[in-house]
Design a protein around this ligand. Structure first.
Ligand code: TRP
Length: 334
């Protein structure tokens, strides 16, 4: 009899450092849903990662639950995928310590995100900010993930994860699957509305991102204020016209209309027309998610049960890898 083909495993995560943005949706979460049938998926709210920057406790709690609710609201299915909060699975913290003893200071010092974040949070350059890629490597390796869908800003972290895994394997045998970064076919890199050469980020200034929970008025206002240029010419040219190009690619991602077709259609029009078209498409896309989000937030018992079940399922998988690792290293079994 033929063996059923084992699905490849996918793991990805999103930090609850703010309300997920339109960029998180178009660049990541939307794709997570498309992968659910073809792969064995784990999607995690990476709350442990979030405390590398100081958080208000009540906000961290609220945003963690909110992020989980939004994942469900866009249609991720907790029966198909394992949805969980990172801090509910203690193996992540445990694995992080083990792996930190197989990672070099020099490697961590080269991480561009560390250099960038330590510049931006100069008052709090903590050790967690430095070792963050090790925690992330553990997230991936605990589940023996084959593929890790991430944006460009995280590619370096997936590479270092491979390096750490390969090093560990070369000492102890084949303990870890070597993961690869995964760039889905559909996926827009959404840039900041105020600084369109930077990625849209939920931890930046309010006007620079669209949150998935923004009201229609807020969405319209933010797009109206989006930075463009003084040329008054609609063209897709990210190097020279980053603001306009960003609006075009958001609209294209939302409506599935090609960039060429959009450029042609908006040919003789002004930036105001483009901005209001993007705003309306955004409002329309987010409305059903917001409605479902509100419904879910009113049902805390359900949300809690999703978190609990997800953590149990993830925990079983994680424990298998962790205990194998500990045995290899030479720890006595308890
Ligand atoms: N570091 C990722 C981010 O900030 C989130 C994350 C944490 C993650 N652990 C992960 C992504 C594991 C992929 C795999 O976007």
């Amino acid at each position: 009899m033929e063996q059923p083909v084992k699905k490849q495993r996918i793991l990805s995560g999103i930090q609850p450092s703010g309300t997920p943005t339109l960029g998180n949706y178009l660049g990541a979460i939307r794709n997570w849903k498309l992968l659910e049938d073809q792969y064995d998926c784990l999607y995690m709210v990476a709350d442990l990662h979030t405390i590398t920057v100081r958080q208000e406790p009540s906000l961290l709690r609220a945003r963690s639950l909110q992020t989980m609710a939004l994942l469900l609201a866009v249609g991720l299915d907790p029966e198909k995928s394992i949805l969980f909060l990172q801090s509910h699975v203690p193996q992540h913290s445990q694995m992080s310590w083990l792996l930190s003893c197989y990672t070099y200071m020099g490697e961590m010092s080269r991480m561009t995100q560390f250099k960038d974040k330590s510049r931006r949070h100069a008052e709090n350059v903590n050790c967690g900010l430095f070792t963050y890629p090790i925690l992330m490597a553990g997230d991936i390796l605990l589940y023996q993930a084959n593929l890790v869908p991430v944006g460009n800003d995280q590619t370096q972290h997936v590479e270092i994860c491979r390096d750490i895994a390969a090093r560990f394997n070369s000492v102890y045998g084949n303990v870890f699957t070597l993961p690869e970064g995964y760039n889905p076919k559909v996926g827009a890199r959404v840039m900041s509305l105020q600084e369109p050469t930077r990625k849209m980020s939920k931890s930046d200034a309010e006007d620079s991102f669209i949150s998935m929970l923004d009201t229609p008025d807020a969405i319209r206002r933010k797009f109206r204020r989006a930075v463009t240029d003084s040329e008054a010419r609609i063209a897709f040219d990210p190097a020279n016209k980053p603001g306009v190009s960003n609006l075009l690619s958001i609209l294209s991602a939302l409506t599935d209309e090609s960039l060429d077709s959009l450029v042609e259609r908006f040919g003789g029009k002004g930036y105001g027309d483009l901005k209001s078209a993007v705003a309306e498409a955004t409002v329309e896309t987010l409305a059903p998610f917001q409605q479902e989000f509100n419904r879910l937030m009113a049902d805390k018992a359900y949300l809690q049960s999703v978190c609990r079940t997800g953590a149990e399922r993830a925990g079983r998988l994680a424990e298998r890898t962790l205990s194998k690792c500990m045995k290899k290293i030479g720890f006595l079994a308890p």
